[in-house]
Write a protein that binds this ligand. Structure first.
Ligand SMILES: [Zn+2]
Length: 133
């Protein structure tokens, strides 16, 4: 399952970061999820709960921030946000473009940790997975 390996990778990165910050527990992990990352949000939430069960991240929330696809249109010479991932054409001039500038990412943006009873964070930031595109 694709999402399980992604979840495990998020957990490893977040755990290392939390331990480095002397966290006693982790409240939430915020991730940026590009529309092209291929990960399904519901499956990722499910796998995250499994992967965190016996770790310092147990019971923490996975907060997913979706990132739309942004291409660079070589006709308009501008960045364009695509309404979906079916059609890689500039929404303004309909020129096709494969120059993808955003939408593949799956990164931890911040980690909310608890240090000796106090809320702290955001802690370190790391890349959890590489996009195949
Ligand atoms: Zn254009």
């Amino acid at each position: 399952m694709h999402e399980l390996s992604i979840a495990q990778s998020i957990v490893e990165t977040a755990q290392a970061s939390a331990l480095a910050s002397n966290a006693v527990s982790v409240t939430a992990v915020h991730v940026s999820l590009g529309e092209l990352s291929g990960a399904l949000e519901e499956a990722l939430q499910f796998c995250y709960a499994l992967a965190t069960a016996d770790t310092i991240l147990g019971g923490s929330r996975l907060v997913i921030e979706r990132k739309p696809v942004i291409i660079f249109c070589h006709h308009c010479l501008a960045l364009r946000t695509l309404p979906g991932i079916q059609n890689f054409r500039c929404p303004d001039c309909q020129e096709p473009s494969r120059d993808i500038r955003q939408g593949c990412e799956l990164e931890i943006s911040s980690i909310i940790i608890e240090v000796e009873g106090e809320l702290d964070g955001p802690a370190g930031v790391g890349t959890a997975a590489e996009c195949a595109h």
